[in-house]
Design a protein around this ligand. Sequence first.
Ligand SMILES: [Zn+2]
Length: 575
Amino acid sequence: MPEPVSPRPPLPRREALARREFLARTGTAALGMAFLPSGIWARPSFDLVIRGGMVMGGTGGPPFRADLGIVGDTIAALGDIDPAQGSRVLDVAGLMVSPGFIDIHSHSDGSILRYPTADSRVMQGVTTEITGNCGGSAAPRGPEETGADPEIAAPPADAIGVSETRPVWSDVASYFRVLEEEGISVNHALLLGQGTLREIVAGSQDRPLTPGEMAAVLRMVEEGMDQGAVGISTGLEYVPGRFTPTEEIVAMARAVARRGGLYATHIRNEESMLLEAVDEAIRIGRETGARVQIAHLKAAGMPNWGKQVAALDLIVGARTAGVDVLADAYPYTAYSTGLTIFMPAWAMAGGWEALARRLDDPGQRARIRAELLQRVLLDPGAFHLIVISSVRTDENRPVVGLNLEEIAEVRGEEPVDALLRLLMEEGGSVSFIGHGMSPENVEVVLAHPLVMIGSDGSSMAPPTEAARSRPHPRSYGTFPRVLGHYTRERQLFDLPTAVRKMTSMPADQVGIRDRGRVARGMKADLVVFDAATVRDEATFDDPHRFPIGILHVLVNGAPVVEGGIHTGRRPGRVV
Ligand SMILES: [Zn+2]
């Protein structure tokens, strides 16, 4: 498991020096070609030489001065390289050269085909994203749902709509084909959403699966893993994940563990029942042997802030006892999700239509309203901490960016009624930002050696349409915020540690062997950044802003960002 490893030595130094001597002798270096003794004109050895930077290996060791030689999609050499050996030379003196950032917690399922250039991701240095988190994945799809919204099972935090004319796919293999045919700027790995699979066999029913349904789900897990999925995810606060008994997840995680996959979980509760929820995740790891990833670890809601350290202690204890569990976190004191998360489970049985019918009944509405009030007091703590980030209808567009107390005041209603009214008017789909975490806890979590960085964000771009929503800034700013604010300014950890939490640590946890490190033979996913200036620019009020200090980004050897500008290239692959 991801233990700190010393950085790999620059391998081809001797070869590079020998070649340099030869070039100097023959005097052809300036031409970029070498006249070999055999009489054949040799082409430059590398498609690209990245010259003069400080290399961060990705495993936590100190940066070292080295040039990189890229051939095709691979790092072919690391050491002193004569620039004449490169068809192209990128001079990065004074800058850091790091493995591309691997976002282990992404929700780009719904948006990567709408924004295939993944601007919000690559501009912050993300070169690979793991999607299908929180129980909802774009694939597989049930036979009757081609064209359906894959995000229904787990409303994504930053939903800004999905493509109206999305290409059709059914299973994981056909989804991957669509991604590669369309062309995307980032590499893509997929977790199978447990909510998605359960929805296919049993809809939004609040009951255990029948043996037949369970067998069908397990078949989908095995087929999806065989087609290249890297594991499964749960979203146990969403519909239908919240209706799932632990035993069903254990059976699925067992199938995943047999294939060396990952179990990633948005646990059952991140507030008053945080510790019980962490325990459930650990139990699943213990009983199945699967690697466990606790997603966006947090203690939400002021009354629960005291549980944060205890939750980390549970994870440490589990690892000591041999359970392979880690966690990820994003560097913000607010979370973002859909308003239905506050709804009592019984009210959500049968899905949104069933909830809408219950709200029409005065008796049931009163009960839902009372439980909702209770829940908001526990998390995030008050209605003014709930800020609407996106809606579907034009009529409600003006409330985007306002909190529920402000919205209620305009209409002369109680905040809880404003929440219910908005949900009804928007067909259950309202995203919000919940200002629910303490700054101290966010630092404790980020700094913990068992926690890596994951954005919980998604691919988007700042054209007019996206600007109509006010999503959580994490989609644009997560990784530069860790490098700038939390590393350089707050000094939570040193730069190599920060980079390790974004590169080799998630690569190892997902099981990606050829990315996440700078070494000869690894894929050339690289980020060149300025450690002195890198910082996030996206804010809660103005989220569609790219960071500064991320200068060059290579995906599979191809430049996707050059000089801080997106090149439009789409070299991303399914990994
Ligand atoms: Zn989640």
